[in-house]
Design a protein around this ligand. Structure first.
Ligand code: TRP
Length: 373
């Protein structure tokens, strides 16, 4: 694997050094957090490792004020557990009472990936939305929209698109290059400005009015949040509040590198059958174990590089005590790689069985989410 890593909205590669990334981007570590956050294993284990302006949203929660959680997705390929990690965060904010704004970035996908809007729409609904609903998204408090069709209310739609257009006045090409690199193109810049509107438009009077917004994302999206912060400061007439963002680690791909919807052997999707999922774990999940059983018993394994262990830590085993036992037993050699994989497979099997039943019900609810507002 290359030593150099790269994390931009359009490219993620190499082995990510998160400390370097935090310093380079100017993200803050998650520090002391209230009990509600501590109770969530993603925050407690620093899977959500960094933030900008977290204090703003913590205050709002403390004062029981309203707030919005917004995030977005590019509808490409299968919906896998890397995507589901963000959904776990959506559900956390939903439980805290946030109104959820979820955008399908079909314009961004059209501009930067695949100019087939029909296909994008189908993927967004069948893969993403259906899985969101099955995972527990509540239509009552969710505004799910496509970038290409913000709202059936003309006033709202106008406000959303106008905001993206107006924002262009507040940045120069030099700044765009400084944030996004030399290869910034009209298509990418235009998508970035629409994403600015995604992130900020809840604060417009046509939507919620003055309100705080929290945006949970992967680190690759941070450039967009840096851009937002600059524009917010400059659009003085709007008096927008600064945005809170939080950053989660990427769930590693099965083979250790990046999890990618374009590489079938790097992920398990939420629509894989139980056999497919189990086989993928057995066949591809990178192991931190030793070459032979004897050697493993003697030297022990390395859970820190073992993908089955990492998936348990980051997604499937929320109980700290159980996780700790798995860690120690694997490290000491008491637990073999095949046994560790089986622990994950059992968890995965239970999850998928339950989820796939919920998915069938979710299909019927799709209409409740689309063009509601
Ligand atoms: N750019 C995001 C991606 O590549 C999708 C996106 C669009 C988004 N608008 C957003 C993410 C607003 C967070 C907030 O996946």
């Amino acid at each position: 694997m290359e030593k150099e890593f790269k994390v931009t909205p359009w490219e993620v590669k190499g082995k990510i050094d998160y400390e370097k990334l935090i310093k380079g981007f100017g993200i803050s570590h998650i520090g002391a957090i209230p009990k509600k956050f501590q109770d969530n294993f993603l925050f407690r284990r620093k899977i959500v490792y960094g933030h900008r302006n977290l204090d703003l949203i913590l205050n709002v929660i403390k004062n029981k004020e309203k707030f919005v959680m917004l995030t977005g997705l590019m509808p490409s390929g299968k919906f896998h557990f890397g995507h589901a990690l963000v959904v776990k965060q959506m559900l956390f904010y939903q439980e805290l009472g946030a109104k959820l704004y979820i955008t399908v970035a079909d314009i961004e996908a059209y501009n930067t990936r695949n100019p087939d809007l029909e296909e994008l729409r189908k993927t967004a609904i069948e893969e993403y939305l259906t899985n969101y609903i099955a995972l527990g998204l509540d239509p009552k408090n969710t505004d799910f929209y496509f970038q290409s069709a913000r709202s059936k209310d003309g006033k709202k739609s106008n406000a959303y698109y106008s905001l993206a257009e107006k924002a262009s006045r507040y940045i120069s090409f030099n700044e765009a290059r400084a944030i996004y690199g030399e290869n910034i193109s009209p298509a990418k810049l235009s998508s970035a400005l629409l994403q600015f509107s995604d992130i900020v438009h809840a604060q417009l009077k046509e939507f919620e009015g003055p309100i705080n917004v929290v945006v949970p994302v992967g680190s690759d999206q941070d450039a967009h949040l840096r851009l937002c912060s600059d524009i917010i400061q400059r659009m003085k007439d709007y008096k927008f509040r600064q945005i809170t963002s939080t950053y989660n680690l990427f769930l590693p791909g099965l083979k250790g590198g990046k999890m990618s919807s374009s590489d079938l052997t790097s992920y398990v999707s939420l629509t894989d059958t139980i056999e497919e999922a189990a086989n993928k774990i057995r066949k591809y999940a990178f192991s931190g174990g030793q070459a032979t059983v004897e050697e493993h018993r003697k030297k022990g394994g390395n859970p820190d590089i073992d993908i089955s262990y990492q998936w348990l830590r980051m997604f499937f085993e929320e109980d700290d005590k159980k996780l700790k036992k798995i860690y120690e037993d694997y490290k000491s050699g008491k637990l073999l790689t095949s046994e560790l994989k089986q622990i994950l497979i059992d968890k995965l099997t239970k999850f998928l069985k339950d989820h796939q039943a919920k998915r069938e019900k979710a299909r019927k609810l799709v209409d409740k989410f689309i063009f509601k507002e």
